[in-house]
Ligand binder design. Structure first.
Ligand code: NAI
Ligand code: 13P
Length: 330
């Protein structure tokens, strides 16, 4: 199958390299130096330093060529670029082909999930999300990992599982798209909280508190928005939350760690080449919590830290349960 990944960053490149093992894979990157390095040296040192990519992977900076190539299109740009990139494919994309979303987060302002954004721009295409505990560098290193392809159509899910599964990368399916996308988006905010714990030098009790009550918040908002509670116990919920909260390679956790050490958001993001979606998701989640009338004390605390109203060193005072949610596990 001819597969195109749009977006030549850390995760887009990893997925493209995986798919290239068994399929005719092409990656589009807007940066021509990245394209040249992938084609010549089979590396993407700006985003995956130290890893060799599959030599069969072809790269291009020609958007039209990349989209016309695709019998399956994978959207690998960050959330802020998904609408524009999807809209730009409209006149080029082959009819009816599936589109898979990799981005974890929401559209700011509309508060839409990424598959909703893509469906608005490409209404005649089946749309799925690929989400789970997938730290790119570990997948590139060939360590066993699993992910979930979330789409309401089981036939599409089965076909995508076939294409995206590869070696030690195992792909499950789930029809609960809302739950899967919410899990992938919200765990980034909890990872910032966990990183802050790290930066502040707190112990394992606090770390466990943040992860466990963070999961309860994912589930609470996710169910209020129409997701299924059981999804949050799976790879797209608890699985991704654990990986991102614990991995030193997580960008979101690392942002939290730096916040805990006293750096400002501007200082942290000024030094980053890669995206940490949790910073924007903290703002969106604050708005979603109000819309769905849910108490999310950990998310609210990170919203306060990110927007400058809460000092990270004071933050852990606010992470206990608020009235109305003293009972475990809800
Ligand atoms: N890195 C990881 O381990 C994982 C990341 N994700 C999600 O995948 C999405 C992408 O993440 P990464 O690849 O890691 O990010 P990244 O920051 O490493 O790379 C983003 C890529 O998108 C490109 N880009 C940004 N804005 C663009 C625009 N307007 N038009 C075209 N290209 C644009 C950048 O140049 C860069 O090549 C994020 O939503 C992230 O949360 C999901 C699973 C795992
Ligand atoms: O989503 C991820 C792992 O599943 C990647 O997390 P970071 O964006 O924090 O690196």
């Amino acid at each position: 199958m001819k597969v195109t990944v749009l977006g030549g960053g850390n995760w887009g490149t990893t997925v493209a390299s995986l798919v290239a093992r068994r399929h005719d894979a092409m990656i589009w990157a807007r940066n021509s130096a990245v394209v040249e390095e992938i084609n010549k040296d089979h590396r993407n040192s700006a985003y995956l330093a130290g890893f060799d990519l599959n030599p069969k992977l072809k790269a291009t900076d020609d958007f039209e060529q990349a989209v016309r190539h695709a019998e399956l299109l994978i959207m690998g740009v960050p959330t802020g670029a998904v609408r524009e990139t999807s809209a730009n494919t409209r006149k080029l994309i082959r009819p009816w082909i599936p589109v898979v979303s990799l981005a974890k987060g929401f559209e700011q302002g509309s508060l839409l999930r990424m598959t909703e954004v893509i469906r608005e721009e490409l209404p005649n295409h089946p749309v799925a999300a690929l989400t789970g505990p997938n730290i790119a560098r570990e997948v590139m290193a060939g360590q066993a990992a699993a992910s979930v392809v979330a789409t309401p159509d089981l036939a599409v899910a089965r076909a995508l599982q076939q294409v995206l599964s590869s070696g030690l990368f195992r792909v499950y399916s789930n029809e609960d798209v809302i739950g899967c996308e919410l899990g992938g988006a919200l765990k980034n905010v909890v990872a910032i909280a966990c990183g802050m714990a790290e930066g502040l030098g707190v112990g394992d009790n606090t770390r466990a508190l943040v992860m466990t009550r963070g999961l309860a918040e994912l589930m609470r908002l996710g169910v209020a928005m129409g997701g299924q509670a059981t999804t949050f116990a799976g790879l797209a919920g608890m699985g991704d939350l654990i990986a991102t909260c614990l991995s030193p390679a997580s960008r979101n956790r690392s942002v939290g760690e730096k916040l805990g050490r006293g750096m400002s958001v501007a200082e942290i993001t000024g030094g980053m080449t890669m995206v940490a979606e949790g910073l924007k998701t903290a703002v969106t989640t604050h708005e979603l919590a109000q819309r769905y009338q849910q108490d999310l004390p950990i998310h609210e605390t990170i919203y306060g830290v990110v927007t400058g109203s809460v000092d990270p060193t004071e933050a852990y005072r606010g992470l206990g349960p608020t009235p109305g949610h003293e009972n475990e596990p809800g």
